[in-house]
Design a protein around this ligand. Structure first.
Ligand code: TXA
Ligand code: MG
Length: 326
């Protein structure tokens, strides 16, 4: 008998042509981006897109972002692009930014959860750019984690949870930005930020002037992308003033997630300092891996502190608040 592959475990590797072959066949491929790993499928094929919702256990009211390699191609899928969107694209794409634009009928309603606009993103990760350039369709890709859990920033993270649900995991190393893209929508000629992310608000305002931020927390499913509880570890998670929280949780096995300063207390079992040099980009890059690592440990509770509310610190605080919301 010839040797047969009996395992259903995903293959991890750097084989772009195999990744392409699987996507063309309508299968799921995990792809690296500079923000987090995505779970990709042909965005123009409803059957393929449906597999994403299945694999993630994602409710169909939560729309997907569509990824491609070049701004010149997006006219194939969207129309009536506002001038501000062109300016933002010229300034920040490829990069950690998603623009919500009026979709053409060629984008299946499943991708946008029935909404009239579709999120468009051009990831800057070189491996994924090469892959997208060879495809004659864009890919829909949410973060490659089970719905509601922490986003993956390495190929191993994807394999740990969705390994048996994808055809291939393209390994592009650890993600450089570490938090998801900033999402921008347009209303009556103005830009509105719906999710704080890898492109800082300050940079966006430097390019187009003051913008409104509407990245509220909500538990209302009518507001996709802003679910209050998200990015949540399984171990209870609290956010606030660390010395105070430590006092309140006395006697428990504590995990501490902090910016730069090591704390000392006999209840602390594990402590992760995200950036001793107080670099918010470094902290963002390491955030989700640290949360996952701590979630594997024998801890009663994870305590985290607020980061400076500037630059990538805003996205970090947003993710920590949602992780703490239950
Ligand atoms: O950095 C990122 O954006 C990553 C990488 C893989 O590209 N993707 C990502 O996708 O974070 P996802 O699905 O995990 O989060 C996208 C969020 C969702 O919460 C969704 O509700 C919102 O964007 N969203 C997508 N399309 C939308 C639309 N048409 N209108 C409103 N919200 C939308
Ligand atoms: Mg996600």
């Amino acid at each position: 008998m010839t040797t047969q592959k009996l395992t259903f475990a995903a293959m991890i590797g750097m084989d772009l042509s195999y990744a392409k072959q699987q996507l063309v066949a309508g299968e799921l491929v995990a792809i690296p981006t500079e923000t987090v790993y995505g779970l990709a499928a042909n965005a123009l094929a409803s059957d393929a897109v449906a597999k994403i919702f299945d694999a993630k256990d994602r409710p169909s009211f939560d729309p997907l972002i569509v990824h491609t390699n070049s701004w010149d191609r997006v006219q194939e899928w969207v129309q009536d692009i506002p001038e501000l969107a062109h300016t933002l694209a010229a300034t920040f794409m490829p990069g950690p930014l998603t623009l919500l634009l009026p979709k053409k009928p060629i984008i299946p309603d499943l991708v946008t959860a029935g909404l009239s606009r579709v999120g468009i993103r051009l990831p800057s990760h070189p491996m994924t750019q090469s892959l997208l350039a060879t495809l004659d369709f864009p890919v829909a890709a949410p973060s490659a984690n089970p719905f509601g859990y922490i986003s993956p920033t390495t190929a191993q993270h994807v394999d740990d949870q969705l390994g048996n649900k994808v055809s291939y995991i393209l390994d592009g190393g650890p993600c450089q930005v570490g938090v998801e893209s900033t999402i921008v929508s347009f209303e009556e000629g103005r830009a509105i930020i719906l999710r704080k992310g890898g492109t800082p608000i300050e940079a966006i305002e430097a390019a187009i002037g003051p913008v409104q931020v509407q990245a509220h927390s909500t538990s209302n499913p009518q507001a996709p992308g802003m679910l209050k509880s998200h990015y949540a570890p399984k171990i209870p998670f609290l956010l606030g003033d660390l010395p105070l929280l430590i006092e309140q949780q006395k006697g428990k096995r504590l995990g501490i997630l902090c910016f730069s300063q090591q704390l000392k207390h006999s209840d602390i079992v594990f402590q992760k300092v995200l950036s001793p040099s107080r670099n918010l980009s470094e902290a963002a890059q390491r955030l989700f891996a640290a949360m996952r690592e701590m979630d594997q440990m024998d801890l009663d509770i994870i305590l985290a502190e607020y980061f400076p509310e500037e630059g990538l610190g805003r996205a970090i605080n947003d993710r920590l608040s949602r992780a703490a919301a239950r």
